[in-house]
Design a protein around this ligand. Structure first.
Ligand SMILES: NC(=O)c1ccc[n+]([C@@H]2O[C@H](COP(=O)([O-])OP(=O)(O)OC[C@H]3O[C@@H](n4cnc5c(N)ncnc54)[C@H](O)[C@@H]3O)[C@@H](O)[C@H]2O)c1
Length: 255
């Protein structure tokens, strides 16, 4: 039987503290399959709970405070993780933020906020972790894009979010091409609407009902829907898939 296994693998996941978030579920799914997961986030309290939860289930988990927009902190924490655990085999660039602001109302500060976390943070982490992956001639990077970056806007994302996620996808493809000779793959997943807190409470029950009607599969996505796909892309078995973008959207955008 085909089984994804992460024994002896070290995974770093950004934005992994959020209680109902995709990052925390990715950590759970990788840990369940044997990985040592390093959860990172700016939310210290959430991290502690998430790590405890995985350890209580018998998984191997640790945490680091890491703001993806802080270059020095990224470099220091990545070096610390490698010093402690010897390597980083898997990097999941999951930290992200969105705002439902109309294009005419976006101020420069908000544009930078969205780009810094979604795109520049992905660049900082990828560049720093790649140095170590290259030494080992092995690596799996999975970046979080969004359906918003493909179809032009989502339900909760403004044009800055669409642009940043499309940039993440383009970045991933170029990294994939450059790093393929070193046993490193880099892919993007493009989730549709997933029931997490990123919508800032705007996803009311009434709104959910309306949105469901536009999703051929007939339901809003779960964090597990996203985490299962990421677990496969992060596995050894996915060595021939790189530079790819995988839609996880219940058929709400088919291209
Ligand atoms: N939920 C969806 O519908 C959806 C759809 C498409 C793509 N995505 C993407 O999936 C990823 C996860 O989203 P989610 O829905 O789980 O969101 P979430 O809000 O539940 O979690 C995001 C996490 O990122 C962390 N974070 C924010 N700024 C940070 C920073 N500067 N440094 C480090 N961590 C930071 C937050 O503390 C939080 O734990 C994001 O990249 C998002 O854009 C989500």
């Amino acid at each position: 039987m085909f089984k994804v296994n992460f024994d002896n693998r070290v995974a770093l996941i950004t934005g992994a503290a959020s209680e109902k978030g995709i990052g925390r579920e990715i950590a759970r799914q990788l840990a369940k399959r044997g990985a040592l997961v390093v959860l990172s986030d700016i939310n210290e309290e959430g991290l502690a709970v998430a790590v405890q939860e995985i350890q209580d289930l018998g998984g191997k988990a640790a945490s680091v405070i890491l703001n993806v927009t802080d270059r020095n902190q990224v470099n220091q924490q990545v070096a610390e993780i490698v010093k402690e655990y010897g390597k980083i085999d898997i990097l999941i660039n999951n930290a992200g933020v969105t705002r439902p602001t109309r294009v005419l109302d976006i101020e420069e500060k908000e544009w930078d906020f969205i780009f810094d976390i979604n795109m520049k943070g992905t660049f900082f982490l990828t560049q720093e972790v790649l140095r170590y992956m290259k030494e080992k001639n092995y690596g799996r990077i999975v970046n979080l894009g969004s359906v918003s970056g493909k179809r032009g806007g989502g339900i909760f994302g403004g044009s800055h979010y669409s642009a940043a996620k499309a940039a993440v996808t383009g970045f991933s493809k170029a990294v994939a091409r450059e790093m393929a000779p070193f046993g490193i793959t880099c892919n993007t997943v493009e989730p549709g609407l997933i029931g997490t807190e990123i919508t800032g409470g705007l996803l009311t029950e009434e709104k959910k009902e309306v949105l469901k009607n536009d999703i051929p599969v007939g339901r809003i996505g779960t964090v597990a829907d996203v985490a299962y796909t990421i677990a496969f892309l992060a596995s050894e078995n996915a060595s021939y898939i790189t530079g790819e973008e995988i839609d996880i959207n219940g058929g709400s955008h088919i291209d």
